[in-house]
Design a binder for this molecule. Structure first.
Ligand SMILES: Cc1cc2nc3c(=O)[nH]c(=O)nc-3n(C[C@H](O)[C@H](O)[C@H](O)COP(=O)(O)O)c2cc1C
Length: 218
């Protein structure tokens, strides 16, 4: 059921059709819906249940403009570098998919200020012992919950992190203390296009059973 609100209990439909929606209408999002996605975010797990999060909901037009400018300036630097993919050899299929991502990411960079709601997901040190790859493990489950809840309501989102390259500027616009990290900048709005399955590897290609490298034998 692409493009329409699905039954809220149909979790697999929601998971299977949630993907980066970067083309969003400027139409306002009811506050009730914003609160609902934040409720979902705050149900997420976190180390020691410390819940080290704050959600900064930005609707003010001037602030969205400033955030959009920061995001776009970082995007322009990184787009030139191939958005992190230039170093890899891509198959023709991957190259085509990469092109699509780049076009849609360019659109978002050009229109971030027009998105009605920008949610800056903030986190702060909480005494967690997680380092390295696990460093964000107490904040990104909340981000995913937020995005899934948005999809259930028919709202589009995209997980973006490029703004972090100019995080101090973002802090200045929003009055965020230096001790607080901005884990994600999530545009939230009504999608122009349809929801649908993202391009993902089959489970059997990425799953081993009982031993590294051991694929399932039927
Ligand atoms: C850690 C992380 C950082 C990301 N940062 C950005 C970003 O800064 N800008 C952007 O447009 N998309 C960003 N994305 C979205 C990915 O490009 C997207 O999830 C991926 O291409 C899959 O897209 P799909 O869900 O539409 O299939 C990020 C995703 C993750 C998980």
């Amino acid at each position: 059921m692409a493009g329409v609100r699905v039954a809220e209990n149909d979790v697999f439909e929601v998971i299977g059709t949630q993907r980066a929606m970067r083309r969003l209408k400027p139409d306002p999002v009811p506050e009730e819906y914003i609160k609902k996605v934040l409720w979902a975010a705050t149900r997420a797990p976190s180390g020691g249940n410390r819940q080290p999060w704050r959600f900064l909901v930005v609707r003010d037009a001037e602030k969205r403009k400033q955030l959009g400018e920061i995001y776009r300036s970082v995007w322009e630097e990184y787009a030139k570098a191939g958005y992190g993919t230039a170093a890899r050899e891509l198959s023709p299929e991957d190259a085509e998919s990469n092109e699509r991502v780049l076009r849609s990411a360019q659109y978002l960079a050009d229109h971030m200020n027009e998105v009605p709601v920008l949610i800056v997901v903030c986190t702060f040190p909480s005494g967690s012992v997680n380092t390295g790859v696990a460093e964000g493990s107490s904040i990104y489950p909340a981000v995913q919950n937020l995005m899934l809840a948005a999809r259930a309501l028919g709202l589009g989102t995209a997980l973006t992190t490029l703004h972090r390259m100019k995080q101090d500027e973002v802090r200045e616009v929003l009055g965020i203390p230096e001790t607080v990290e901005t884990a994600a900048l999530i545009p939230l709005g009504w999608p122009m296009g349809r929801f649908g399955a993202g391009r993902r590897q089959p489970v059997e290609d990425v799953t081993y059973w009982d031993h590294w490298g051991e694929k399932h034998r039927d």
